[in-house]
Design a protein around this ligand. Sequence first.
Ligand SMILES: *Cc1c(COP(=O)(O)O)cnc(C)c1O
Length: 232
Amino acid sequence: MPDPSLIAENIQAVRARMQAACERVGRAPDAVQLMLVTKTVAVERIRAALACGEFLLGENKVQEALPKAEALHESPAIWHFIGHLQTNKVKDVLRFARLVQSVDRLDLAQKLNQRLAAENRKLEILIQVNTSYEESKFGVAPDQALELIQRVAELPHLQIRGLMTIGLFSEQEAPVRDCFKRLRNLQAEAQILNLPGTDWETLSMGMSGDFEWAIEEGATLVRVGSRIFGAR
Ligand SMILES: *Cc1c(COP(=O)(O)O)cnc(C)c1O
């Protein structure tokens, strides 16, 4: 049995640091949502986090998320998909994800749209941008993002709600912040396009190592795993 009190303490500590970061830059304390990233975390430990009043959960593997979402289907949990999504997993991701944060290419968006049409429903998404330019990272390149956004906005079953990025993995503050600034600049550029049916409110950026910088740069949703559940 995990130690639920430790998870509760960690959540409290993260929330306190989120609030302090908001205060430093004059943002309202409720301007940023906390997502708990539950990859590799067992259902019982997720339950301990839900018992603290948390409900926004993120998973990056469809096959891992499905049984967890099933086991917790009577809880208030809301799941987002945050990982690389293969087109052959589109049908399964729609079984649990309220929002897909990792739409980064047109063929994936088209497959999602097609499947949603068959199910006669819509899905909220974010566009994932590779703001660190690392080859190993997924996400559309920043200079191709607006073009992708325009194409995706034409798909009637997808509702764009903002942008997502994974910052550079670095201890150095400036280059990490540059990634977050890049995402925020793209948000402003996308807003100007005035595409029908889109809104750009959500900036999903910041993880265990950099969520305070992300909040100071304008994040509205931070995705925190190891700082709450321990090292994976
Ligand atoms: C794992 C993961 C996180 C959380 O990472 P931590 O460093 O454990 O907080 C956030 N976002 C994505 C996309 C992830 O895959």
